[in-house]
Ligand binder design. Structure first.
Ligand code: DAK
Length: 266
């Protein structure tokens, strides 16, 4: 991968989008790297949670690459949109939990990438009120629609009215406003953002990995259907946990009044 750095720490992985000269903007190469990241993380059974962030202090991802998009034809635009959408959908449906640690601008495709993750943590401005995460879908100001799922995921994450306001106005919001509308889970000073994201990932990674993955699948799949079917999805995933060694150890440890052994992902 040329533009994505990957670091493994115990059972978590930290991926850093690293194209700082263009504020980590998503060109075709970065999208291909993200696709490769999904392949690597999916193949490595030892990774229980993934954190995605941007390099530098200024940007998480400042959007899809405007230079690359500027000359696209209708067909080229559809192909570029499909490339991004396919990658983001693969990130969204990664079996393991994902955390976006948004360190700066998350505009357009950057906001969409963060929303493809399960949890978004954001950096607040510094003591002078500068920097920090900024979220927005500026596309209509460029003559296009959001193209990597923004119209769909934002409307599901915050209220449809708030999503429409953000998308129609193309205005950015800061971390505190993103927190208020429920787009992000928590806000930290920039220097505390990555430690907090990694701590959260490690906390998740200490729980039974198969059960955590089943929870993610139950929530994601259940949200796409009605409650009667959603409950059946939960029942099946709940049942599947009873075939795991980690369930035996977790419940056995409770009944024997001892701390469970580290979970084995089995
Ligand atoms: N693409 C390419 N380069 C970018 C970029 C971007 N999105 N954002 C920043 N850069 C580059 C700048 O061109 C500049 O490069 P040099 O001039 O130094 O070579 C460098 O990064 C530093 O940027 P600035 O000099 O502009 O830095 P400032 O601090 O002054 O401003 C900024 C920071 C984030 C406010 C500003 O860079 C900015 O407004 N950037 C553009 C943000 C934006 O509009 N992003 C949304 C892109 S649209 C679709 C598929 C996909 C999409 C839509 C449809 N379909 C197929 C339907 C997705 C759309 C988007 O994401």
């Amino acid at each position: 991968m040329t533009h994505v750095l990957l670091e493994k720490k115990e059972h978590i992985a930290v991926a850093t989008i690293n194209r700082p000269k263009a504020l980590n903007a998503l060109n075709s190469e970065v999208l291909s790297d993200l696709n490769e990241l999904v392949d690597i993380v999916t193949a490595d059974q030892d990774i229980y949670a993934l954190v995605i962030t941007g390099s530098g202090e200024k940007a998480f991802v400042a959007g899809a690459d405007i230079g690359e998009m500027s000359t696209l034809t209708k067909e080229g635009g559809e192909a570029f949109g499909k490339h991004g959408n396919d990658v983001f959908r693969r990130i969204e449906t990664l079996p393991i939990p994902t955390i976006a640690a948004v360190n700066g601008f998350a505009l357009g495709g950057g906001c969409e990438l963060a929303m493809a993750c399960d949890i978004i943590l954001a950096a607040g401005p510094n003591a002078e009120g500068k920097g920090g995460a900024k979220f927005g879908q500026p596309e209509v100001g460029l003559g296009i629609t959001p193209g990597f799922g923004g119209t769909q995921r934002l409307a599901r994450l915050v209220s449809p009215g708030m999503a429409k306001q953000l998308i129609y106005t193309a205005k950015n919001i800061k971390a505190d406003e993103a927190l208020r509308i429920g787009l992000v889970n928590a806000v930290y000073p920039l220097e505390e953002l990555m430690p907090a994201a990694e701590k959260l990932a490690q906390t998740i990674a200490k729980n039974a990995p198969i059960a955590v993955r089943a929870c993610k699948k139950a929530i994601n799949d259940g949200l796409q259907t009605d409650m009667d079917q959603a409950i059946v999805i939960e029942e099946k995933l709940f049942g599947s946990c009873f075939e795991t060694a980690d369930q035996k150890e977790g419940m056995g440890a409770f009944l024997e009044k001892r701390k469970h052994e580290p979970y084995q992902n089995k």
